[in-house]
Ligand binder design. Structure first.
Ligand code: ADP
Ligand code: MG
Length: 768
């Protein structure tokens, strides 16, 4: 037993040593396990970190991919902006072209063009920049693709590493499992030993228990480690899955990136092309426009060149004008002063000239009057005109109404009358043929009328048989007025013309002499017989008390007066025509003037007389009032003839008082008065004997010569119409009176005349 005890002791010691070794081994194992688990943990840690890193890398890659998207967006917006800019430029170009079509007014095209060019260059620069950016982006994409490849490589490496690691780990795990299994198998032996030892020793049993619990603990530890390993395996699997997913995503992103890149490139290409085209177009357009603008500019430049001298002269003119304007008030004042002085001098001069002129005028007036008087003296102040009326309906038809009067084409003072188959010629101062108008007649009378204004007395008589045109010549018709109205009109206009220096008053009286009775045609009582009286002032002037004198100022006034006169005359008789042919109608116009500058007063009288018909009343058969009328007319016409004859032959005694007519007109027939006898004749064959008488009367009045004859003829009396008719026939045959006339017309020899007159007297006395 002792030996066995010793042996057992030894055995126990060995076992104890063995246990100790085992324990040491276990602790070493444990330590190893711990370190291995630590290592594994650190490996898991590093793997986790790597995973994190990869996740970060992925997110970074994702963000980078997103960045690429943003860049793409940016590029797209840039592209859009460029496109809009292009549009804007196109619009500008369009505008420019439209402006080009307008005429270049202010040459802004040049500036615009330069601006455009600048913009173009800017655009080009921008395009260049964009191109550079594109290249950069390309480079970046390249870099990113490279990095991606790298990352992939790295991923692959890390995967391979991980696989290796896994393998290594699983190998180790297997080793450790084997070890654990061997260790497990060892405790079996130990259990057996321990059991045997327990039997031998409680202590050994206790130690065994302890080692068993320790073993339990170790086993638990190994289970835990196994679980951790499992978890780690799961984690590894999930990370492997994630990696696969990531790889697929990366592939997808790569494809997308590739596509985006391709699209981007394409778009960029298209954009580039579009841009280039637009730029080229714009450039070419701009060039064309530029050319046009240049041409315009050249035109404007030449214009400017031509305008420059004009501008220079204009500026010069303007400056000189400015200077003149500045000096104008001064100059004006000076000029005004000098003008004032000149004007006052001129006024002075004009005044003196005026005075001189006035003096001369007065002298001239005197001279004119003198000359006029002289002229009248030389020419004779008695003029005789003849007027032949046209053949009218009243003359009837047939041989009785044939024309018996002819004229001389070369001499307007000569008239030929065919009487009883013989042509008798007469020469008067003027002969008016039937076609002569009222105007023409008045033109010849005009001078006589105006001399009234100068203060002369004028008498115009219309002489002739009834129906020869006396009233037509003196009064005329309403449409074609005669001498009366025209004379007054002329007086009005003349007076108006002299109104500056003269004050004139024109008044009118109208009277009638019938059967040697004078009646006022404008009075309230036309029947009243008026008397002609000598002025009581002893001037020898005659006047008619009660004769109405009306002031006239216009043609209307005259017309009213004429009308009134006619009415008065008409109420007096049953047959106006007959009555008027049996009476003398007088229109007496008085023109009174006052020369304001000299105070000179003038009075002129214009007597317009429509004489009674000069025809002879049938030598037999006329009785009573008709005979009386005829005797009165005959007497007054003879008296008129006598007076005119006496005046023209300058006799000392003029028998004015032999008739009312001559007595009334005494003032207007004597002195430097002027007389016109208008002898009216009818051209009709049936009136030739009366025409002959009238023309003979006219010629006698006219042919009275001045000089010694007048004295001799003093006693001679004017033949009456009856006498003219009586002598007419015999005289017609004698060469003395009825010889063809001419300017050198031979007047009756004084002796002959007086003897003829004496014979007429004798005849008259014989006939009672
Ligand atoms: P008197 O007054 O001599 O008797 P009138 O003057 O009454 O004559 O004229 C007689 C007619 O002849 C009138 O009808 C008148 O119109 C006409 N008569 C007279 N003279 C002319 C003339 N020169 N032109 C046209 N008609 C005239
Ligand atoms: Mg008449």
């Amino acid at each position: 037993v002792m030996a066995s005890m010793a042996h057992l002791q030894e055995e126990k010691l060995r076992l104890q040593e063995e246990l100790l070794g085992l324990q040491e081994k276990l602790t070493a194992q444990e330590n190893n396990e711990l370190s291995r688990s630590l290592q594994l943990q650190s490996q898991v840690e590093t793997l986790k970190a790597k995973l994190l890193e990869q996740a970060q890398e992925i997110s970074r890659l994702r963000s980078e991919l997103g960045g690429a998207d943003v860049e793409k967006d940016l590029l797209a917006t840039e592209n859009e902006r460029l496109r809009q800019e292009m549009k804007a430029y196109e619009g500008e170009l369009q505008e420019l072209r439209q402006q080009q079509q307008l005429p270049c007014q202010e040459c802004t095209h040049f500036q615009e063009n330069t601006e455009l060019q600048e913009q173009l260059s800017q655009l080009q620069q921008e395009a260049e920049e964009t191109r550079a950016k594109l290249a950069e982006l390309d480079l970046e994409v390249q870099q990113k693709t490279n990095r991606l490849a790298e990352v992939e490589l790295r991923l692959k490496d890390s995967l391979a590493e991980r696989a290796e690691e896994e393998e290594r780990l699983s190998r180790r795990l297997r080793d450790s499992q084997e070890t654990i299994a061997s260790l497990k198998s060892q405790p079996q032996q130990i259990k057996y030993i321990i059991k045997t030892v327990e039997v031998e020793s409680a202590k050994a049993k206790q130690a065994l228990c302890e080692s068993q619990s320790r073993n339990q603990y170790l086993q638990e530890q190994v289970g835990m480690q196994r679980q951790v390993l499992k978890e780690m395996e799961q984690q590894l699997q999930s990370s492997q899955k994630t990696v696969a997913q990531l790889r697929a995503q990366i592939m997808m992103y790569e494809a997308e990136l590739e596509r985006a890149h391709g699209q981007m490139l394409e778009e960029m290409q298209a954009m580039e092309e579009e841009k280039n085209r637009a730029i080229e177009e714009a450039f070419s357009r701009a060039q064309v426009e530029m050319k046009a603008v240049h041409e315009n500019l050249a035109g404007v430049r030449t214009n400017l060149l031509t305008l420059q001298p004009a501008l220079r002269t204009l500026t010069h003119d303007y400056n000189s004008l400015k200077c003149q304007v500045r000096n104008f008030p001064l100059l004006l004042q000076e000029t005004l002063q000098s003008a004032r002085a000149e004007i006052s001098q001129a006024i002075e001069e004009v005044n003196t000239t005026n005075r001189e002129l006035l003096r001369k005028y007065r002298r001239e007036l005197q001279l004119r009057k003198k000359c006029h008087n002289e002229l009248v003296r030389l020419k004779g102040n008695i003029r005789v005109f003849g007027r032949v009326r046209p053949i009218t309906k009243e003359d009837g038809e047939g041989p009785e109404a044939a024309n018996a009067v002819t004229f001389d084409d070369d001499d307007d003072a000569v008239l030929h009358l065919l009487h009883k188959g013989k042509q008798v010629s007469f020469e008067l101062d003027k002969v008016f043929p039937p076609k002569a108008s009222q105007e023409e007649v008045f033109q010849e009378v005009q001078a006589l009328v105006t001399s009234c204004i100068d203060g002369y007395n004028v008498c115009i008589f219309a002489y002739g048989q009834t129906g020869a045109g006396k009233t037509y010549t003196m009064e005329g018709t309403a449409a074609n007025p005669g001498i009366n109205q025209r004379a007054l009109q002329l007086l009005f206009s003349e007076v108006r013309g002299k109104a500056a220096d003269w004050d004139y008053a024109i008044s009118v009286s109208a009277a009638e002499i019938y059967n040697e009775a004078l009646r006022d045609l404008l009075g309230k009582e036309p029947q009243e017989k008026l008397e002609i009286k000598l002025c009581p002032d002893g001037s020898g002037q005659l006047y008619v008390p009660g004769l109405t004198e009306l002031r006239v100022q216009s043609v209307e006034d005259i017309n009213k007066i004429f009308e009134f006169g006619h009415v008065n005359r008409a109420t007096e008789c049953t047959n106006l025509n007959e009555h008027s042919s049996r009476s003398h109608a007088l229109l007496i116009v008085t023109v009174r003037g006052l020369d304001r500058s000299t105070g000179l007063r003038t009075t002129g009288k214009l007597n317009l007389v429509d004489l009674a018909g000069s025809e002879r009343v049938g030598r037999s058969g006329a009785e009573g009032s008709r005979l009386r009328e005829a005797q009165h007319i005959n007497k007054s016409l003879s008296a008129l003839g006598d007076v005119i004859y006496a005046l023209r032959s300058r006799q000392g005694h003029v028998p004015f008082r032999n008739s009312k007519l001559t007595y009334l007109l005494q003032d207007s027939l004597s002195g430097d008065s002027k007389t016109l006898m208008m002898v009216q004749v009818s051209p009709a064959e049936k009136n030739t004997s009366e025409t002959l008488c009238s023309l003979k009367f006219a010629e006698r009045v006219r042919s009275v010569e001045l000089g010694p004859v007048s004295r001799k003829a003093e006693l001679a009396s004017w033949p009456s119409h009856e006498q003219l008719e009586v002598t007419g026939g015999s005289l017609g045959d004698s060469p003395g009176t009825a010889a063809p006339p001419g300017r050198g017309h031979v007047s009756p020899v004084p002796g002959q005349l007086s003897s003829r007159v004496a014979s007429i007297r004798r005849k008259l006395q014989a006939s009672g």
